[in-house]
Structures are given as structure tokens and as C-alpha cells.
Design a protein around this ligand. Sequence first.
Ligand SMILES: Cc1cc2nc3c(=O)[nH]c(=O)nc-3n(C[C@H](O)[C@H](O)[C@H](O)COP(=O)(O)OP(=O)(O)OC[C@H]3O[C@@H](n4cnc5c(N)ncnc54)[C@H](O)[C@@H]3O)c2cc1C
Length: 470
Amino acid sequence: MIVIGGGLAGLAAGVALAESGWRVRLFEQRPFLGGRATSYVLPDGEHVDNCQHVTLGCCTNLDDFYRRVGSADKVKFFDRLVFLDPQGRRGEMQAGMLPAPFHMTGSFAAFAPLSLADKISIGRAMVSILISRGKPADIAAPGGISMLEWLKRRGQTKGAIERFWRVVLVSALDEELDRTDARYGIDVFWKAFLSNRAGYRMGVPAVPLADLYEGCKAAIERKGGEVVLRAPARAVRLESGAVTGVEFDAGRVESADAYLFAVPHTAFAELFAPYAAQLGPMLTNLGRIGVSPITGVHFWFDRPVMTEPFLTLIDTNTQWIFNKTALYRPSNGSSSAAGPQTQYLQLVISASYGLLQKPRQEIIDLCLAEVRQALPRARDAQLQKATVIKEAAATFSPYPGVDRLRPKQETPVTRLYLAGDWTDTGWPATMEGAVRSGYLAAEAVLRKSGEPRQLLQPDLPHDGLVRFWA
Ligand SMILES: Cc1cc2nc3c(=O)[nH]c(=O)nc-3n(C[C@H](O)[C@H](O)[C@H](O)COP(=O)(O)OP(=O)(O)OC[C@H]3O[C@@H](n4cnc5c(N)ncnc54)[C@H](O)[C@@H]3O)c2cc1C
């Protein structure tokens, strides 16, 4: 079995297939594993995540993958999400005593950045999601409708849209509301906030992202396979409707019983461009899948400026601030590598179209002003250094109707399988979506070889009162 691509999709498929008895040879072009969800060392020696990544309680397949590779205890889960606006008003989302779907009612009622009119309109939209069990009839229109359109149809106030729906969904889906299929937006609220008390719990890695994949190589090698780094696939051989080999540098050609391409959709389209006629709409559709950007800003302060592990900002360019020093601190309370006298923060701005063209220093100045506004202790602190990482093609854009363009993991081409967050999983571009695609691809390989096995994990069960009507 050849797997091309060592991101989460390729790793999830590779590990699952190795555990099912396949000899997996995984080739990754870069010197490290993890793809977009990884970390690396900057020229100045700092170990940084490509960008802060978080998971949610409803991401059952990612959780399963972390368990398989021995990384589950490297992710810390939090029950309280704290929001802050420029006027200093705080809001929280936290499950209280009531059963689902009412578990958030207490913290929502006290959510200071929203007015009563905002809350009533949000409540009405939530009821609409609830009674339709996450599938309101109008989102099934051919070609989909945008989340913004759906919210307008539900009479949402400007405050509700800007200070609630946009805040949650732009971070979750990496796209603006008018470019997001309402199906994805509604799914976030149904799966994470309404149908189960634990769906919204936020998991944040307590280690640099690359450390999460330490167990993958061993899992594949234990079964006689190998993981080859710095090994870009340069071309594919396709003869009489079947893949027959993959070409690497120095004329090396590798062959196998099955080939799984777990590369980004743009890389897949490039590798298979010579076979466009044979792949037909599957390949041309990929050219119509757009991408959206995420910008990460890293700040190192000369003193602690923040106590919370993370904060969500409202009405600012900066959407999240993560306190990396606290997150990396061992749970036993001993001090982190950065030392207790300094503090490392990571800021995230999703759908950061407006920042792509801006010079890095301008982005640093903009975000620093917002951090100093949100965190009074940062006003006197010295910024020792800062770095900006722009990912122009961070995720595929979940625009209305994009699902029709996403190919299945099993293809009409003999021996060819696909994985990647962009393949047809029903999920947006997330780590959970990537792992799901890897499991679905591995299931397809196993089914085809006559050894079917279920790898895909079920969603969280419906909880509390939701059980009775969903
Ligand atoms: C800045 C940023 C922030 C994000 N934040 C979150 C978050 O908080 N939560 C979340 O769930 N998701 C987040 N995501 C999305 C998440 O990272 C992706 O959905 C997921 O990692 C995709 O995994 P993948 O395996 O499908 O693709 P990738 O991670 O892109 O993996 C593809 C791999 O294929 C390799 N490759 C490409 N071409 C070749 C070739 N020719 N030969 C060999 N190897 C090749 C690449 O080097 C790469 O390692 C974020 C993404 C970005 C960029």
C-alpha cells in the first residue's frame, strides 16, 4: 500500500491500514509529519505551530486517532469558553446543570456582549435548528444557501450576526458568513452546542503540534511498513484505467497493490493533470473548489500579560488569543520552558482576506494594539519579538454547494483512493474532516480487498432531552 502525504488524512489512513495488517509505505515531501496541522522550528530557534489548532468534543474520529497513536493525553480539554469585547464586557459559554439542549442557557442568558434583542433572535434560530434536528428544510435547496441568507431569513439582529454567529462560525469554518454554506454553519451548532453536553468542549494541544504524531511512524513500522520523509511524489503512472506506479526523484518508481493520495486538492490536480481526460469531472470539479486564508500572529512578551488559557475577542481583527505558555505548562504546575517570567501568545485570524496583502509589521502593530486593549497588563509589557505566519490556502472554502464538487475516497480508477479534508466527508476542512477522510479511504481499501472493517467512529450520542425527539 502506498500512501502519498503525511498530513492527518494520510496518517489516519496509514495507521489504520497498518493495524489491519497492510504493509504501508507512506511518502511525505516535507521533513516532518502533520501537514498543515504541524509545528516546526523558526530560524531563531523558536518551536512554533504552523498555526494554533483546536478540536472540539464532537470530533470523535480525531479523538480516536489520537488514542490509536498514543497522543490523547497531549490534548487538554476546557469546559469554559470566554469572550471579550472592546468595551471590556465578558461573556462565557459553559454547560450548566440543565440537560441538553438547554445546558448553555444559563451562561447564554448572562452573556454581556449581547443585548436582550440579540439573545431572543438567537434563541429563535436555535429552536429552528432543534426542531429540524439540525436540518432545516430551506438549507437543502439545490446549490445550497449561505449562512448569512439563512440567518436573515430567521430575522437575526445585526448584533446577533456580528457578535455571535460570525464570531463562532468564521473561526470554526474559516470563511465569511455570506460565503459559507448554511449546512456547515448549522451543523456546528447542532453537533457542538445543542445535541450533546460535551460537544462544545474545546481541546487544545499541550505540546507543539508535531509531537502529536510521534506514534504514527512506529505504528506503521511495527507492521513492516515505512515512513519516508523528504520524498515528494513527482508524477503518477496510469495505464488502461489503473494506477501502476508513482515516480519520485532520481527516477525512482514505486509500485503497490493500492495507492492512496492524501495530498491537498490542488496538489492532486497537478499530479493527475496528464490524465484529465480519464478522470473527467472528478478532476475538473477540483479546479472549482476555492481556498480561504488563516493568519497566525506570535507574540513573545517580557512578562505574563494573560491568565486565561485562551480568549475569544469580539469586534476586532484578532479572533482568538491563546496563552501558549499556560497551555504548554505541565498539569502538575511546574513552569514551562519559556519560564514564568515571560509569556508566549498566539493569535488567530480566520478568513483573513484583509491581511494577506498587508506588510507583516502592519499586522503586528494592528494585533498588538488589540491585545493591549484586551489585556491591560500587556500595555506596560515589552514585546520581545513577534512573527506572522500567513497561510493563504489554509482550508477549502465551504461556500454554498461545494459539497457537490468533493470526490468520494473510492474512485473509478483501479487501485486509486483519495483522502484529504477536501474529499467527501460531510465535514468542513478540519482535522476531524481529514481523519474521517483517512478512515473512509482505508475502509474502501479494506472493502475492495475483501476484508471489510468499520473504522469511522459514530458521532456523539444525542444527550439529555434531545434523545426524545432526535
Ligand atoms: C493556519 C491553519 C489553522 C487551522 N486551524 C484548525 C483548527 O484549529 N482546527 C481544525 O480542526 N483544523 C484546522 N485547520 C485545518 C486542518 O489543519 C486541516 O483540515 C488538516 O490538517 C488537513 O489535513 P490533510 O491531511 O487533509 O491535508 P494536509 O495537512 O495538507 O496534508 C497533506 C500532506 O501532503 C503532503 N504532500 C503534498 N504534495 C505531496 C507530494 N507530491 N508528495 C508527497 N507529499 C505531498 C504535504 O506536505 C502534507 O504533509 C487549520 C489549517 C490551517 C492551515
